[in-house]
Design a protein around this ligand. Structure first.
Ligand code: RTP
Ligand code: MG
Length: 159
């Protein structure tokens, strides 16, 4: 049958402490999210304790950059979003660009990490890398948010 509405996918996007330290960067990134046709489903500013940082990045425990990553992510405020769009996960990761800032500058000069990133660790943004991690990460940041309820909503979406 003919599908008239687009299929929305949810992803978790985070503006990391290096960028939140600069109000103009946060504003520019918020603008970029809207310009790229993401719906902002949830948005909040928060600060992690070290234990939150360790738990979120447990998969990287033991990697050479783990300590500085954990330290950095609990060093100051960040901003978390639940974003919705068609193909949201892939689209947000493309907007962010590659993890390593120097690679980002070389291969994707207009990406978020190329434009705002400082180092391979202080790289401005995070985005879920699969549907499975999106689900996990959204509940990590927004435990009260119910994706199913949101997807089944009857109200129109305003942006
Ligand atoms: P993310 O999870 O933050 O969206 O980034 P990603 O998938 O592109 O990168 P991942 O390999 O999962 O690494 C997680 C975060 O660890 C920091 N990192 N530092 N060589 C380094 O110094 C290094 N490598 C990774 C970055 O903050 C990266 O985003
Ligand atoms: Mg990752």
């Amino acid at each position: 049958s003919l599908r008239l509405s687009k299929v929305l996918q949810l992803t978790l996007a985070v503006i990391k402490p290096d960028a939140v330290a600069h109000p103009l960067m946060v504003q520019a990134l918020h603008q970029k999210i809207l310009e790229n046709n993401f719906l902002i489903v949830r948005c909040k500013d928060l600060v992690w304790r070290r234990a939150d940082s360790e738990r979120f990045y447990a998969e990287h425990a033991g990697r050479f950059f783990y300590q500085r990553l954990v330290e950095f992510m609990s060093s100051g405020p960040m901003r978390a979003y639940v974003l919705a769009r068609e193909d949201a996960i892939q689209q947000w990761r493309e907007l962010m660009g590659p993890t390593k800032v120097f690679r980002a500058r070389y291969t994707s000069p207009t990406s978020v990490r190329a434009q705002f990133g400082l180092t391979d660790t202080r790289n401005t943004a995070h985005g879920s890398d699969s549907a499975e991690s999106a689900q996990k990460e959204i509940s990590f940041f927004f435990p009260e948010f119910c994706a199913k309820k949101w997807m089944d909503r009857e109200e129109p979406i305003y942006r």
